[in-house]
Design a binder for this molecule. Structure first.
Ligand code: PDD
Length: 283
């Protein structure tokens, strides 16, 4: 059984409790982060902490504790659960208060963290095969740059993708791909990597920032702009990135094979570089 962190205490997972009045539960009034763990160490923690601070501030919530204390809790959970490979989930809610649409004043913020062990995450068979994508309309709210826990639509999307025999979905708005259900989306054409520009339409992925930096260091061209599904289907390669999937090749979009139908060389190489650098720099 796992040990989880809830509002100041480390407790066995079956004893962890939050209030039924918690606004995370009632209003999805909460933000989260998912940090990858490799060899028992945290990947890109400072960047996750910085994005967390931004998400909170966009919703008029303070950081509940200094970054160093958050880091200490992450590390304590890794140790207590003997976590080698997987991720840590962190959620911060506005707290428990009488149900009212107006933000309450003075509620004590909720802080919950737990580990998720995924043995073999770095050496995932899916990364050798590539994943299949279907597209669907992006019906999420307009501030996707804030990492809130409103994940019902992405959850419906991934479930629908699985029901169609695919692995995941990419969402489309005004004819252009925004991102995946829980990852950023990329295509590669003539050795140029194309991915949507940052804005309120997508989450500013921590893995995205790292991978684009690594791509430029590897002398690959990067274009940050919207692309259509047709352009993606005609691309040489496609892939997604996230803290839990790293760089994952995409080999099919809406039934159309991408390139050779196997993971492309650039996606494969970026995955290797990303894993290598993450292992070297994890804390
Ligand atoms: N999801 N876009 C969306 C909508 C996401 O939910 C995520 C991450 C990303 C990638 O961001 P990052 O590289 O910082 O993980 C992009 C996490 C992993 C999740 O919900 O489990």
């Amino acid at each position: 059984m796992r040990t989880v962190y809830v509002n100041g205490d480390y407790v066995p997972e079956d004893q962890a409790k939050i209030s039924v009045f918690d606004r995370g539960f009632l209003f999805a009034d909460a933000v989260y982060e998912v940090t990858g763990v490799l060899e028992g160490k945290l990947v890109d923690f400072p960047a996750h902490a910085a994005r967390l601070a931004r998400s909170l501030s966009e919703l008029d919530m303070p950081m509940p504790m200094p970054e160093a204390d958050l880091l200490a809790i992450h590390r304590e959970l890794v140790t207590r659960n003997g976590l080698e490979e997987g991720m840590i989930y962190l959620q911060i809610t506005r707290g428990a208060a009488d149900r009212d649409f107006v933000f309450p004043k003075g509620a004590e913020q909720g802080v919950v963290l737990f580990t998720q062990s995924v043995p073999g995450l770095a050496d995932a068979p899916a990364a050798r095969r590539g994943i299949r994508i279907v597209t669907l309309p992006d019906r999420r709210w307009g501030r996707r740059d804030i990492k809130t826990v409103q994940l019902l639509y992405p959850s419906m999307g991934k479930t629908a993708a699985k029901a169609q025999g695919a692995d995941d979905a990419w969402m489309v708005e005004d004819g252009h791909v925004t991102e995946g259900t829980s990852n950023n989306a990329y295509i590669v054409k003539d050795r140029t990597i194309i991915t949507r520009h940052l804005g309120e339409e997508i989450l500013h992925g921590i893995t995205r920032a790292a991978v684009l930096r690594m791509a430029e260091e590897a002398q690959l061209k990067v274009e940050e702009r919207p692309f259509t599904v047709a352009e993606a289907q005609a691309a040489d390669e496609a892939f997604v990135t996230s803290a839990s999937a790293f760089v994952m090749p995409v080999v099919e979009i809406d039934g159309t094979r991408i390139g050779s139908g196997t993971p492309g060389p650039i996606a494969t190489r970026l995955r290797e570089i990303y894993l290598e650098e993450s292992r070297a720099n994890a804390i």
